[in-house]
Design a binder for this molecule. Structure first.
Ligand code: SF4
Length: 159
């Protein structure tokens, strides 16, 4: 991961999971699997987060919270759906109040399947997310560079 230029921070949110995937997320963060060795830290503040890690399906109550958390995160940002419930709604997809996977609310960059998703799969998903984050950062910088060197607006252009 030589492309990493900073320590990415993760925001973990449970959309409506059975907590099976949340336990695996915690296992990924704590010393046995130790995702912190990549400089990754768990934060409770969306304004500090680069990666949104969501478990569970999205339902009628949680959809507005998911959207608010996503909107509060500064860009560039990456969303990782952890577990089959977050990917598609999983075993709960036909429940009366379940709307489906996380992509019913916000754009998802990485899907990590499994019930529950294993820590190895979660870490693999985060590493894929970091590569996407680096691409988004690069595209944003190039976009800003182009905007700075772009021709002035017509009103200011020389005749
Ligand atoms: S994927 Fe399985 S373990 Fe994870 S929240 Fe859904 S039912 Fe629970």
């Amino acid at each position: 991961m030589t492309y990493l230029t900073k320590s990415p921070w993760i925001l973990h949110y449970d959309g409506s999971s059975c907590n099976g995937c949340d336990i695996e997320v915690l296992a990924s963060l704590t010393p046995v699997y130790d995702i912190e060795r990549f400089g990754i830290i768990n934060t409770g503040d969306p304004k500090q987060a680069d990666i949104l890690l969501i478990t569970g399906s999205v339902n009628a109550q949680s959809i507005s919270v998911v959207k608010q958390l996503y909107d509060q995160m500064p860009g560039p940002k990456v969303v990782i759906a952890v577990g089959i419930c977050a990917c598609t709604g999983g075993v709960f997809r036909h429940c009366y109040n379940v709307l489906g996977g996380v992509d019913k609310a916000i754009p998802v960059d990485v899907y990590v399947p499994g019930c529950a998703a294993r820590p190895e799969a979660i870490i693999d998903g985060v590493v894929k997310g970091l590569a996407i984050l680096a691409e988004k950062e690069k595209a944003e910088k190039e976009g800003k560079g182009k905007a700075a060197t772009a021709a002035p607006p017509a009103a200011e252009a020389k005749p």
